[in-house]
Structures are given as structure tokens and as C-alpha cells.
Design a protein around this ligand. Structure first.
Ligand SMILES: NC(=O)C1=CN([C@@H]2O[C@H](COP(=O)(O)OP(=O)(O)OC[C@H]3O[C@@H](n4cnc5c(N)ncnc54)[C@H](OP(=O)(O)O)[C@@H]3O)[C@@H](O)[C@H]2O)C=CC1
Ligand SMILES: CC(=O)[C@@H](O)[C@H](O)COP(=O)(O)O
Ligand SMILES: [Mn+2]
Length: 387
């Protein structure tokens, strides 16, 4: 099997790489990264990858130097990423963070590869387009986000017409029990520490605001084609149950597992088979109890914003995600406070409500990219006002 990994140097990329080590039958085609050139080169040497690509032009020379004599080709830049995605592969991991992951995934589908999709932003910004591209080329999208992998697994052999509701769980993040006054002063160091999962910085902060769960609400609709009012978020601080599917006979099927992404990645890698995976086995008796709470929309407005976005349809997802990415950049740079992130996203959507393109159906990658660009410009202008 020929495999490529986009975002190989990140958290999902490293977990994927770890699983690939145990598969001598796999030929690594392309590995891509960003600024962590040293790690990308190590991975390429170890796996004898055909091609290593950095997203940044100024990282090309260090990458070339690190891979001299290895036999791995090197390339850099956005166009090189897209070309790498077009290189024939059977299975492609999409684990670049942010909207930058959309186009490589789109190109991988166009060459008929199975796309293991960790990059949730792809479905949030361009769900209908991505699904149509997969159908057009007879390609498959397999969910990697833990909740969506869990739903996918609970649905094996089931008829979607029998599904009444889908419940995705949320850890509640590091600020689950904080009041609003405490949230005002939440720091970057606190926000980038997840109670259960070890993940990249950006998704970790999104878990703290519940923007991660907001993206996942939209992602659920796009994957499974169910109505927003059939999708619920349930706070479950232990992150052991990842999702539940409720059927019209009242049965509720839950998917449980330790907080280790190698399960969801491995499931997508081995699908439709199940194979041995190096993940811990749960000891529920030792755990004692699993607890649940309703999310608080007042302290965490991201979920309400996601529901507004789902009602708007069209390019609202692209606008939502872009504004959220800008809010995150500003918070990381110390220019926005924690609660101002949601305020910025809210105001960006509000500002663009009068633009008819916001609700126009998503038909091309270009319009998605245009709306992403417009939303980023708008959000940056509003952020300058807020600071
Ligand atoms: N981590 C997790 O457990 C989960 C992650 N996801 C999703 O998976 C995706 C990846 O998350 P995660 O692994 O945590 O993120 P990380 O930040 O750990 O890794 C991101 C990867 O993308 C690369 N990258 C960063 N910016 C760009 C860019 N502009 N263009 C191309 N490549 C870039 C990074 O390169 P470098 O580091 O070399 O600069 C790195 O390889 C996200 O969409 C996230 O929401 C979903 C569920 C769980
Ligand atoms: C591992 C994974 O899928 C993450 O998206 C996870 O769900 C984050 O945890 P939260 O539930 O805190 O958002
Ligand atoms: Mn998730």
C-alpha cells in the first residue's frame, strides 16, 4: 500500500508515523511538514519516503541539506504540497492544521486516494465540495477525528434512516468549572494544557473555548448528513466515551476508548478490517465512574455560533473557521483575551451577514478561498478595534 502523510511532523502526523513503523508492507510516498524541518528529514530517512515537502519556501534549503544523499526528493511551498497530494497513493492522512489542509485533501481525493481526514477544517469550510469530489472520483473519506471515528464505527451495518440522534462528547477543556470572571483572565499557558489529550497547540486552545466542539458539530453534519437538531454535545470530563448514536428504537450505542488518537488513525488505516493496535485497554472498574454534564452556552458561546453557522449554510463555515483562526492567532500573540476570541468570531459573522456570498452555495474551491480571505481581513480589522 502506498501512503502519504500531510502534517507528518505534528501530533496526528507523529501518531500516524508510529503506526506506519509496524507496517513493512507500506511504501511511504510523501511526507509533509512546516517549519520542523529536522523532524521531517528524520522521518523521511527512517521511512525512505519518496518525497518530503515543507510548506515554507525559506525551509527548502535546510530540508535539502538534511536529506542530502538520502534518495528522498525535496520540495517547498503551497504548490509543492498540492503536487505531492496528486502523487499516486492509496491512503493519504490529512493532518495539516487549519484551512491550509483543505486543498491537499481535495487533490488527494481527485487522484482516487482514500482520505483519512483529521483536518476537520476541510469539512467545516467546504463539506459539500469535498463529499462531491470524493463521489466524483470514487474515493473514500474516512473520519479520524475521535468523535467522528466513533460515530462511524457505531454506524457499521446500520441504516441511517434508523438514526434518531448523534451525541458527540466534549471534555469541557481546562476551564470546564471556571466562572466568567476567571475566564476573563485565562492565560495562554492555561489554555494550551488539555486535561486528557496530548494534541497540537491550536486544537488544544480550541478545546478550551469549545470552538473545537463547535467545529465538530458542523463536521458531524457534513460527514453523516443529519440535521443540526439531531446532533447533541455532551460534556464528559474523562474523554472515554467519544460519541454515541441513538436509534429510533431508543437504543444508544456508545464508543469507548482511551484518549489516544492511534486508535482512530489505526482504524482508518486498517479499515474495513480491525487489526491489533498499540493502545491501552480500558479498565473500567479501576476508573470507577464516568460523568456527564450539559455544556454551558453562556460561558462557552462557540456552540451557539456553530448552530448559527449551520442555519446559514453556504460559506458561513469558511467564514466561521477563518475568523476563529484569526482569533486564535491574536490570542496566542497576546493581543486578545480569552473571552474576546468568541466575541471576535461573533462580530465577524455579523459583519458579513449582509454579504450575499455568505449564504451562497459552496460550488468551487476558489469561492471558499475568497470567503476565507475576506473573513480573515474582516476579523483582523475587528480585532484591531477590540484591542
Ligand atoms: N492532535 C489531535 O489529537 C487531533 C487533531 N485533529 C485535527 O488534526 C489536524 C492536525 O492537528 P495536530 O496534529 O494537533 O496539529 P499540530 O500543530 O501538532 O501539527 C500540524 C501539522 O501541520 C503542519 N503545518 C502547520 N501549518 C501549516 C501550513 N500552513 N501549511 C502546511 N502545513 C502546516 C505542521 O508542521 P510543523 O510542525 O513542521 O511546522 C505539522 O506537521 C487539525 O486539523 C486538528 O484539528 C483532530 C482530532 C484530534
Ligand atoms: C482527540 C480529539 O478528537 C479532539 O478533537 C478532542 O475531542 C479534543 O477534546 P475536547 O473534547 O476537549 O474538545
Ligand atoms: Mn475531536
Amino acid at each position: 500500500m502506498r501512503v502519504s502523510v500531510f502534517g507528518a511532523t505534528g501530533s496526528i502526523g507523529e501518531s500516524t508515523f508510529d503506526l506506519l513503523r509496524a507496517r513493512p508492507d507500506i511504501q511511504v510516498v510523501a511526507l509533509t511538514g512546516g517549519r520542523n524541518v529536522a523532524r521531517l528529514a528524520e522521518q523521511a530517512r527512517e521511512s525512505r519516503a519518496e518525497l518530503a515537502v515543507t510548506a515554507y519556501d525559506d525551509c527548502l534549503e535546510p530540508l535539502r541539506a538534511a536529506l542530502a544523499g538520502s534518495g528522498t526528493e525535496v520540495a517547498a511551498g503551497t504548490q509543492a504540497l498540492i503536487e505531492a497530494a496528486s502523487r499516486p497513493a492509496d491512503w493519504v492522512m490529512s493532518a495539516i492544521v487549519g484551512a491550509a489542509g483543505l486543498e491537499p485533501g481535495f487533490r488527494a481525493l481527485a487522484q482516487g486516494a482514500t482520505l483519512a481526514l483529521a483536518n476537520k477544517e476541510s469539512l467545516v469550510t467546504a463539506g459539500p465540495l469535498l463529499m462531491a469530489e470524493a463521489a466524483r472520483h470514487g474515493a473514500r473519506i474516512l473520519p479520524v477525528d475521535s468523535e467522528h471515528s466513533a460515530v462511524f464505527q457505531a454506524l457499521v451495518g446500520e441504516d441511517m434512516a434508523a438514526v434518531e440522534r448523534v451525541i458527540i462528547t466534549a471534555s469541557g477543556g481546562p476551564f470546564r468549572t471556571w466562572n466568567k470572571a476567571q475566564l476573563e483572565d485565562a492565560t495562554l499557558a492555561q489554555a494550551q494544557t488539555h486535561p486528557n489529550w496530548s494534541m497540537g497547540q491550536r486544537i488544544t486552545i480550541d478545546s478550551a473555548t469549545l470552538f473545537n466542539k463547535a467545529l465538530e458539530l458542523i463536521e458531524t453534519r457534513e460527514y453523516f448528513g443529519i440535521a443540526p437538531d439531531q446532533i447533541e454535545v455532551l460534556v464528559h470530563p474523562q474523554s472515554i466515551i467519544h460519541a454515541m448514536v441513538g436509534f429510533r428504537d431508543g437504543a444508544l450505542m456508545a464508543h469507548l476508548g482511551p484518549p489516544d488518537m492511534r486508535h482512530a488513525i489505526g482504524y482508518a488505516l486498517n479499515w474495513p478490517e480491525r487489526s491489533e493496535l498499540p493502545v491501552a485497554r480500558l479498565d473500567l472498574a479501576a476508573m470507577g465512574q464516568l460523568t456527564f454534564e450539559a455544556p454551558d452556552p453562556d460561558r462557552f458561546p462557540a456552540l451557539r455560533l456553530a448552530r448559527q453557522v449551520m442555519d446559514l449554510h453556504g460559506h458561513a463555515g469558511a467564514v466561521f473557521n477563518a475568523a476563529k483562526e484569526v482569533a486564535l492567532d491574536e490570542f496566542i500573540a497576546g493581543r486578545l483575551r480569552f473571552l474576546q476570541m468568541a466575541a471576535l468570531v461573533d462580530r465577524t459573522i455579523d459583519t458579513l451577514l449582509t454579504d450575499s456570498r455568505l449564504t451562497a452555495p459552496v460550488c468551487t474551491l476558489e469561492t471558499v478561498q475568497q470567503m476565507d480571505h475576506l473573513a480573515r481581513e474582516t476579523a483582523r480589522r475587528i480585532a484591531a478595534d477590540l484591542t
